[in-house]
Write a protein that binds this ligand. Structure first.
Ligand code: GDP
Ligand code: MG
Length: 441
């Protein structure tokens, strides 16, 4: 993938010490190829490489003692700028309810994303209303109603015989009566962009004057996603884009091109079929991820939405100070379990080695294993939990007896604990040196 290619390129640079203009040229040629292979728009790539080249020469990078690091820094800054510099969430209406139209082609993920947004903002204390206005495919209205039921959010529709404009208009009235403050309207898509679709969406937009018109588009389609975004922007006018299916084998090109081609910020990304797989889009974090620097902040934030803020802060502090005990270990596993899929978090971790270890850990900690783990840790003295190094042979025997497990089980636990501690140490190293960034930017 893109991340691996770029990491390889920079590794070569790092090994070189002082760089020549030719080294820089060769490296940027590789970056250029990697971006093109990742399906980034050609014009965007040309522009990007040009800027990095100029900045690298201008900043006298080649004269510096750490040229490779400086070039990586410039690349990261330019990648960030490419994707939108700052994070932009939903713009909420200051007075009445906020209306969001979700638009896009069929299968892009509109209906699913409507549910995800409802859940995301419900957790933040909003009162969402899900509105089924996809009269083109009657099953879609039912699909949204089912999703609404799953997350316990109210649902509104008039059925497939009503006009989408009428549904949207009545939904706003309904929301006002029920004091719902976030109206999420799921609209119909088509297989291709056509005038009928655009005309329909334009009249909906006129009728309800939404705060946001957000295109939901499948990131896996690469350049097509960017072309779709351009067309919707020109024909309808958008306030933002949500890229879905970034969990798959996405080459990342869409994320890199959408902003500069359409001028619209990416607001969220979808990374799975489940409703809790929507993440705010942070250009700087995405850039760091593409460059293989991992994404500690996203990881912490996910933990944060599962736990309360104070807990997340405490965990972050421990990670940074590396005061990680077996009790934290237990808590950590519990936390990861309650977050659902570990796989999802893997992509955010720096280094592929870490990912493999985590996968092993995950296999180990299915429900039954977790109960045994808990029993073992409960059989330890507080001193042993804080300082596992003191757990010698006879203590291991005692712990095994006390928890109804075997000495091998205890050995295994201690080994996994060490692995996890290493992993978190790695995390905290990536996370440190960014002290100025707060948990919630
Ligand atoms: P719509 O036609 O635009 O409303 O698209 P749907 O919401 O019905 O989604 C189409 C398919 O894509 C469904 O099978 C969804 O489960 C799936 N989908 C949506 N978002 C994501 C995502 O972020 N990741 C993955 N893997 N699948 C997604
Ligand atoms: Mg749909």
């Amino acid at each position: 993938g893109l991340a691996e290619k770029l990491q390889e390129t920079f590794k070569k640079l790092r090994g070189k010490g002082k760089l020549t203009e030719n080294d820089l040229k060769a490296a940027l040629r590789e970056v250029r190829l990697a971006l093109l292979e990742a399906d980034v728009n050609l014009a965007v790539v040309k522009n990007f490489i040009g800027r990095v080249w100029e900045r690298s020469l201008g900043a006298e990078v080649l004269e510096s003692l750490t040229p490779a690091q400086q070039i990586i820094k410039i690349v990261k800054e330019e990648l960030t700028a490419l994707m939108g510099d700052t994070r932009s969430g939903i713009n909420f209406s200051a007075t009445g309810p906020t209306t969001i139209l979700l638009v896009g082609l069929q299968g892009g993920g509109k209906t699913t994303t409507a549910g995800k947004l409802a859940l995301y903002y419900k957790k933040q204390g909003k009162r969402p209303l899900l509105v089924g206005a996809d009269v083109y495919r009657p099953a879609a209205i039912k699909q949204l109603e089912v999703l609404a039921g799953q997350i316990d959010v109210p649902f509104f529709s008039l059925g497939a015989d009503a006009s989408p404009v009428e549904i949207a208009r009545r939904a706003v009235e309904h929301a006002q009566r029920q004091s719902q403050d976030l109206i999420l309207v799921d609209t119909a898509g088509r297989l291709h962009i056509d005038e009928e679709l655009m005309a329909e969406l334009r009249s909906m937009k006129e009728a309800v004057e939404p705060q946001e018109v957000i295109l939901v588009v499948d990131a896996m389609t690469g350049q097509d996603a960017v072309n779709v975004a351009r067309a919707f922007q020109e024909e309808l006018g958008l306030t933002g884009v949500i890229l879905t299916k970034l969990d798959g084998d996405t080459r990342g090109g869409a994320a890199l091109s959408v902003k500069s081609v359409t001028g619209c910020p990416i607001k969220f990304v979808g990374t799975g079929e489940k409703l809790d797989t929507l993440q705010p889009f942070y250009p700087d974090r995405m850039a760091a991820r593409i460059l293989g620097m991992g994404d500690v902040l996203s990881l912490i934030e996910r933990a944060q939405s599962t736990f309360d803020q104070e807990k997340a802060r405490e965990i972050e502090k421990k990670l940074r100070r590396q005061e990680f005990t077996l009790e934290d270990f237990l808590e950590q596993i519990e936390r990861v379990r309650s977050m659902g899929s570990l796989e999802q978090l893997l992509g955010m971790l720096p280094g592929v080695g870490g990912a493999k270890e985590l996968r092993k850990l995950q296999a180990q900690f299915d429900g039954k294993e977790f109960v045994r783990l808990e029993a073992m840790i409960n059989s330890m003295t507080p001193e042993e939990r804080r300082n596992p190094a003191i757990i010698n042979g006879s203590r291991r025997k005692r712990i095994a007896r006390g928890s109804g497990t075997s000495v091998q089980d205890v050995n295994r636990l201690l080994k996994h604990f060490e692995q996890t501690r290493k992993l978190f140490k790695q995390l905290s190293e990536v996370g440190s040196g960014k002290g100025s960034r707060k948990l919630k930017p």
